[in-house]
Design a protein around this ligand. Structure first.
Ligand code: ATP
Ligand code: MG
Length: 480
């Protein structure tokens, strides 16, 4: 039996009917569901109690699965909040809440790569040794390459990067015309590297996500233009994430090639040492400079200051190194065959997530780049049994109105239904997870004009807003 409603509930009930938020009777006359008690939430409501977010509050440093792995702030925060779970050194389960964030980052990267003409593909992770022997990297990569044999005894590796694979693919197309260039192919896939020291959680894993793009151009000049447009796309991406990123001259390592830049997020945990000019835009990885340099080689007046950085992206102009080896050619304007000019461009997808938390979070509280927050809004109904318990129904109403009237927030609003816990405790959890907006439905929600407490976590600001004011504020939240 339904309990008899008290007067307060009746008022709320009437208001809900006026705003038509409750399930209507169907034309057959049956109610779809008639229970309006605050504890029964509609199936569509995302409830905090249902999120698979196994938090691991054990001391991360003592976790035997990490076998002495050096930890970092982002790793501890992610593990404690149930975003990742260690599996074996350098390998993690990415749990549902983190996957939401990662999918947003992927959408953002897709947008920026496609604006400059990138076409997404997906290449096999199982790469034949033949290709890697042809480029001579089978030996060069040494122990970093995960090697395996198939049942016929043929050698393979798990792809750490895909220059060989993509160049072979393009080489197989006999009819590639200069009119189709520049050709920009990219993928966002797992990469495998047997790192000597996996550490810092997602910052340095043995299995991680990378966006790798490869460009094919008709001339060196065109290849440089493509190179420049990719660098600009990277700069735009980090600006949209609200992350300060510096583009530094870099060493091109064993990928080969002549021109190379790294995209670095300045942070103390970073493993790269950068020299940044205080006077002009010059910045370089120390690896590219003679060790005692302090004067800026570009403006000659500035002094170079050292800082540490996390490498989140790397661009290389490759010239004809791989296209020559694998015969990736196109037919030029004179209808003659010509070898393509190449570039390759990496972004560490999972590393960007961790690096963003390193620079934005405190030791206790996760702060996300706004666009990447797993959920934008968390609504807190009052504690069960409290004087203002009746406002609970308004909390659910709010969640629905947001979903109905603000389509970009569909799936972005969670309701913390753990009403056995005080508002204070749940606020603490919400602050730890870093929802950009936390809405407390408290006593003022029951006033004649309901008012909600809104905490904007990024700015550490609290506001009291009417429902309209709230819808207006959240209507302007950018999502991806
Ligand atoms: P590092 O110097 O940090 O080992 P790298 O120069 O070997 O990186 P690249 O081959 O340039 O890496 O790979 C492209 C991008 O992939 C890097 O800029 C980085 O963001 C990411 N990345 C590389 N190695 C890892 C790893 N072990 N874990 C997570 N991300 C990685
Ligand atoms: Mg690199």
């Amino acid at each position: 039996m339904e309990p008899i409603m008290n007067r307060m509930s009746q008022r709320v009930f009437q208001r809900l009917y006026r705003t038509s938020m409750l399930p209507r009777r169907t034309h057959s006359g049956c109610a779809e569901h008639t229970n309006v008690s605050a504890s029964t939430y509609s199936k569509r409501t995302l409830l905090v109690s249902r999120l698979y977010q196994p938090s691991n509050l054990r001391d991360v440093g003592q976790d035997s699965r990490l076998q002495g792995e050096v930890t970092s702030k982002s790793q501890k925060l992610m593990q404690q909040a149930g975003l990742i779970h260690p599996s074996n050194p350098g390998c993690y389960y990415y749990l549902p809440v983190l996957v939401r964030s990662m999918e947003k980052l992927v959408r953002l990267i897709d947008q920026e790569m496609q604006v400059i003409g990138g076409q997404k593909l997906d290449m096999p992770s199982l790469c034949s040794a033949e290709l890697w022997k042809t480029s001579e990297r089978w030996d060069l990569m040494g122990k970093e390459l995960f090697r395996l044999k198939d049942r016929h005894g043929a050698d393979y590796c798990l792809g750490p990067t895909h220059e060989e694979a993509v160049t072979t693919l393009v080489a197989h197309q006999a009819t590639l015309s200069y009119r189709q260039l520049p050709l920009l192919l990219y993928q966002i896939t797992r990469k495998f590297r047997d790192e000597p020291k996996p550490k810092f959680g997602l910052l340095r894993g043995r299995e991680f996500y990378m966006k790798d793009m490869y460009s094919f151009d008709a001339s060196e000049e065109a290849a440089h233009e493509t190179y420049e447009s990719v660098c600009q796309a990277y700069t735009r991406l980090f600006a949209r994430l609200g992350l300060r990123c510096v583009q530094v001259q870099a060493d091109s390592g064993n990928i080969g090639g002549k021109l190379s830049h790294e995209f670095q997020l300045p942070a103390d945990i970073g493993e790269d040492r950068l020299l940044i000019c205080g006077h002009c835009s010059f910045s370089a990885n120390v690896e590219t400079m003679s060790s005692d340099t302090t004067d800026c080689p570009q403006c000659k007046t500035g002094t170079l200051v050292e800082s540490k950085g996390i490498e989140v992206g790397h661009t290389f102009y490759l010239g004809k190194k791989y296209s020559h080896i694998f015969s990736a050619s196109f037919s030029n304007a004179q209808n003659k065959s010509d070898i393509a000019e190449m570039g390759c461009y990496g972004l560490g997808v999972t590393r960007i997530l961790a690096a963003a938390l390193e620079v934005l979070s405190t030791e206790e509280r996760i702060r996300w780049p706004g666009l990447l927050a797993p959920y934008q809004v968390c609504v807190l109904p009052p504690k069960k049994g409290s004087k203002v318990e009746d406002a609970a129904v308004l909390a659910e109403e709010l969640v629905h109105t947001l979903g109905e009237t603000r389509p970009h927030l569909r799936g972005e609003v969670v309701l913390d239904d753990r009403t056995q816990m005080t508002i204070g405790k749940r606020l603490k959890d919400a602050s730890r997870l870093g929802y950009p907006y936390v809405i407390v439905v408290g006593p003022r929600a029951l006033e004649e004009t309901p008012t909600f407490e809104v905490i904007c976590q990024e700015k550490d600001e609290t506001m009291f807003l009417s429902k309209d004011g709230l819808l207006d504020l959240l209507g302007r939240v950018e999502t991806v």
